[in-house]
Write a protein that binds this ligand. Structure first.
Ligand code: GDP
Ligand code: IMO
Ligand code: MG
Length: 430
């Protein structure tokens, strides 16, 4: 369809973006992460080997793709180094020459992580349930113009000057919240060790992407989190601190919109959420427990159990609009096998109104009620199915219903966590 694909989550994250990115990365020249940080946990499984990626794009398992970390990604040097070492040790990555890190990416420093934890503790029952990776405090510093960028991090003198400006105020807040202040010199010393390995990857990531697109190469943009965690369009304030939607991929990466591109929204066949905040179709009964067990729904970053519930058409219609979705990849269909019926949310009632599309701010309105329907379930296991014709009729009807309700074709259906446990009905490249 196009040489430029954007992959974005349409729910609360963990839709299976890592698996779908890896699947399409086989023919990508570049895979670029464009926002978020080590709060992401993207799982890729190839030939029984599972890799969970927090900072490195999920194209790293494909032998040739250049992996780009863009300027709106918040970069945690400790996590990135550990990830690179583990990828090298396991042989997934044979050398690190395919990695380019934007010189403008903001760096997550130990005081950001401390602030994240201290603020959550102070918030008590009003906590957001963050991943504790320092994401909010780092983005906050970026817009407050007191952040440390990767180029600063790679130059000890520049870093010391930036820290002299930022650290006294941060330390005052940390002390106020009961934490221990950080020393500028310790931070600079640690940056030298980390920088020895990481700084050789510094580059102008926008220039790399623009050149590849101009040359007609295949470029894949990988989003982290999901639409409902977007700082503008999600269930604010229970969101992350970045823009997670597909339309942001180009401006956040430092390039203009290419003439044509395809936006692939990733949708799990039911809904999950980690952390606090509203989730109207959450099911704390038998249905939700079953999804949790069958889907092994535990956070890939924090290990926390994910809350589970029914697929939600009105919210997905909103996400399709916000992202400008052209195609959908549907994941975890296999998890629904064995149910007598599968619950779906077809609309919401709010007072006298019935809403077919909902803005997530309404999730805070008292009296909002989901309208459910039960679709017939199917017994047969789907794991590993690659041909559409092998899907049981009821499973096909379920996929058709999603396609019809959202008005978007579903050319990718995932039937297991392995790369090749996938039905592919259309070539999305070119
Ligand atoms: P991401 O953050 O969107 O990349 O998703 P995560 O990796 O956090 O969570 C998705 C989980 O579901 C991972 O454990 C994947 O290995 C797994 N997964 C992805 N697709 C499928 C699928 O079709 N079936 C099953 N059973 N598991 C899947
Ligand atoms: P991937 O890319 C699911 C959630 C956290 C919390 C909120 C804010 O794997 O889909 P943060 O640490 O970002 O300040 O936490 O956002 N969250 C995610 N939930 N998947 C993710 O990423 C998430 N990244 C952040 O649980 O509710
Ligand atoms: Mg995840």
């Amino acid at each position: 369809m196009s040489n430029c694909l954007i992959i974005a989550g349409l729910q609360w994250g963990d839709e299976g973006k890592g698996k779908v990115t890896d699947l399409l990365a086989g023919r990508a020249d570049i895979v670029a992460r464009y926002q978020g940080g080590a709060n992401a946990g993207h799982t890729v499984v190839v030939n029984g080997r599972q890799v969970i990626l927090h900072q490195v794009p999920s194209g790293i398992l494909s032998p040739k793709a250049t992996c780009v970390i863009g300027p709106d990604v918040v970069l945690d040097p400790e996590t990135l180094l550990a990830e690179i070492e583990s990828l090298l040790a396991s042989g997934v990555m044979t050398d690190t020459s395919r990695l380019v890190i934007s010189r403008a990416a903001h760096v997550v420093l130990p005081y950001h992580k401390a602030l994240d934890g201290l603020r959550e503790k102070a918030a008590g029952k009003n906590r957001i349930g963050t991943t504790g990776r320092g994401i909010g405090p780092t983005y906050e510093d970026m817009v407050a113009r007191r952040g440390v960028r990767f180029a600063d991090f790679c130059d000890p003198e520049r870093l010391a000057r930036r820290l002299d400006m930022a650290l006294p105020e941060r330390n005052a807040i940390i002390s106020h919240l009961g934490g221990d202040p950080f020393s500028r010199d310790d931070l600079v010393d640690r940056s030298r060790d980390l920088g020895n390995v990481l700084c050789r990857h510094i580059g102008d990531s926008g220039a790399v992407l623009a050149k590849a697109l101009d040359a007609g190469q295949n470029v894949l943009f990988e989003s982290a989190q999901g639409t409902l965690l977007d700082v503008l369009h999600g269930t604010y304030p229970f969101v992350t601190s970045s823009t997670t939607t597909a339309a942001a991929a180009f401006p956040l990466s430092g390039i203009g919109s290419p003439q044509s591109h395809t936006t692939l929204g990733v949708v799990k066949a039911y809904t999950t959420r980690v952390g606090s905040g509203p989730f109207p179709t959450e099911d704390e009964g038998e249905f939700g427990t079953r999804l949790q067990d069958q889907g092994a729904e535990f956070g890939a970053t924090t290990g926390r159990p994910r809350r589970c519930g029914a697929l939600d058409f009105p919210t997905l219609r909103y996400a399709v609009r916000v992202n400008g979705v052209d195609r959908i990849a549907l994941t975890k269909l296999d998890v629904l096998s064995g149910l007598d019926s599968v619950r779906i949310c077809v609309a919401y009632r709010l007072g006298d109104e019935t809403l077919d599309v909902i803005h997530p701010d309404h999730f805070f309105d008292p009296g909002l009620t989901p309208v459910y329907e039960e679709m017939p379930g199917w017994k047969d296991a789907l794991t590993g199915i690659q041909e559409h014709s092998r899907l049981p009729e009821k499973a096909r009807l379920y996929v058709d219903r999603i396609e019809r309700e959202l008005g978007v074709p579903i050319p990718i259906i995932s039937t297991g966590f392995e790369r090749d446990h996938t039905i592919v009905l259309e070539d999305l490249w070119n």
